[in-house]
Design a protein around this ligand. Structure first.
Ligand SMILES: NC(=O)c1ccc[n+]([C@@H]2O[C@H](COP(=O)([O-])OP(=O)(O)OC[C@H]3O[C@@H](n4cnc5c(N)ncnc54)[C@H](OP(=O)(O)O)[C@@H]3O)[C@@H](O)[C@H]2O)c1
Length: 423
């Protein structure tokens, strides 16, 4: 491109910007206000409860409004460019386009205003519904949970207790469980919630089986099974069964819990299994070296375990028709997850991470939702049904993984054996 060309383009761009800003500032403001209101509308939509009638109407109007805004802007921009051409032959075209553009911009503003009113009504209805639900919505509900002693799981555990649940918590550190009991008792003295602590370690498959036996002995029908416990090891560690620990804690032990505890779920009601996965689930299953004996990487191993969680939840959804299975991603949350990471990773984590309270929102949303409003086998993030990587829909991979997991778990799925499987 020559200097002369550059000069022309620069002049055209400056002219367009100049015209937009100074000569037609009213139109520019219209468009700016439209976009600001549009983004406010979108924020409100994200905050609203998906799946409701209002939500669909709002979505429809948002699409329509966006189309009109794009149309109005292009008509206006074309009109302004034509006006800038010196011939003056386009004056008529310009005038009519400005009028048309202005009319559409006004129409867009009206639609957005209407949309925002709908959003406000939706939020108002939701707020009141949630308030109703807050009154002991988990009363007479029994919830089995792992990972409720720290991070986002602790927030969700307290929420369930505060709302009247009988929470049966598997805790590897019973003192932390007792601290949860104290926190609950002092914050919600009037709640009818009840905490039953069962000591158990997911890093030990026999201990996991013992927890299941203890739950069976409680003689309760479960309404929910929440498998939230998880780890990310920055150095390769083995479980007490000699298996790579992330694979065991994040995938094998939760599967063992599902297999042992699902018969306790109350199939007449709104029962569900919720598993905490992660947006970090890219890649594939490393079938050739599933325990990463070679090329260990905390992220690779973690991603594999979370991909496995999503794959198995989809496979199990086909098997269990009487209750829902869902996975969820809490976002990047400031918790104890990276406890053994280096200072730099910890620093980045602390910069990016949200609070455990915010991180628990999707989990609590799934706990509170009716299975009718959720998508079976669905993965949720920011309280919304969300699609995941291509590999996570590969059912052949899911079946292959299930076979591998069942081999690891065989001695524990059979009631009479306690033989330890070496990976
Ligand atoms: N934080 C994030 O940014 C993020 C992002 C995506 C997904 N996640 C997932 O969110 C879930 C919760 O993690 P978090 O971030 O809240 O971390 P966290 O603060 O470390 O909480 C993990 C929970 O799991 C329990 N746990 C760990 N190993 C266990 C074992 N061997 N046996 C029994 N319980 C065990 C912990 O018990 P103790 O209290 O005894 O340690 C704790 O209650 C995990 O599945 C994690 O992978 C987290």
């Amino acid at each position: 491109m020559t200097k002369a060309h550059l000069g022309i383009w620069t002049r055209i761009i400056v002219a367009i910007i100049g015209i937009l800003i100074f000569q037609y500032s009213i139109i520019t403001s219209f468009l700016c206000v439209s976009f600001i209101m549009m983004s406010a509308s979108l924020r409100l939509i994200r905050a609203s409860h998906p799946g409701t009638f209002f939500h669909s109407v709002i979505g429809l109007f948002t699409g329509l409004t966006l189309g009109i805004i794009i149309y109005a802007s292009s008509v206006l921009v074309i009109a302004l460019i034509l006006n800038d051409s010196s011939s003056g032959n386009f004056a008529h075209y310009f005038d009519s386009n400005i009028k048309r553009g202005m009319t559409f911009a006004l129409f867009a503003l009206l639609l957005i205003a209407f949309n925002m009113i709908l959003c406000a009504i939706n939020l108002f209805v939701q707020f009141h519904t949630e308030n109703d639900l807050m009154e002991n919505q988990f009363e007479n509900k029994a919830i089995f949970m792992t990972g409720g002693t720290s991070g986002l799981g602790k927030v969700a555990a307290l929420h369930a207790l505060a709302n009247g649940a009988h929470l049966i918590l598997m805790a590897r550190n019973i003192e932390k469980g007792e601290q949860l009991q104290q926190a609950f008792a002092s914050a919600y003295p009037k709640s009818t919630g009840k905490l039953t602590l069962i000591k158990g370690n997911l890093s030990d498959l026999q201990s996991t089986v013992d927890v299941c036996t203890a739950v069976q002995e409680l003689n309760v029908e479960l309404d929910q099974i929440i498998l939230n416990a998880g780890i990310m090891n920055f150095e390769r560690k083995l479980s007490q069964n000699g298996i790579e620990e992330t694979l065991q804690v994040n995938l094998l032990a939760p599967l063992l819990l599902i297999e042992k505890l699902h018969p306790l779920l109350n199939i007449a009601g709104n029962s569900k299994i919720i598993i905490t996965a992660s947006a970090l689930h890219q890649g594939s299953i490393n079938f050739n070296d599933i325990e990463f004996n070679e090329n260990y990487s905390a992220f690779k191993v973690y991603r594999q375990s979370k991909l496995g969680t999503i794959l198995l939840s989809r496979l199990l959804t086909d098997r269990f028709k009487d209750f829902g299975i869902y996975t969820q991603h809490p976002g990047v949350v400031k918790t104890e997850l990276g406890r053994d990471a280096g200072w730099f990773s910890k620093f980045i984590f602390s910069l990016m991470g949200s609070s455990p309270k915010k991180g628990a929102r999707t989990l609590i949303y799934l706990m509170e939702s009716n299975t009718k409003d959720l998508s079976a086998g669905g993965y949720y993030a920011k309280k919304l049904f969300t699609t995941t990587t291509k590999q996570s829909y590969d059912m052949a991979m899911a079946e292959g993984l299930m076979e591998v997991c069942k081999k690891y778990l065989a001695p524990y799925l059979n009631e009479n054996t306690t033989e330890v499987k070496q990976g």
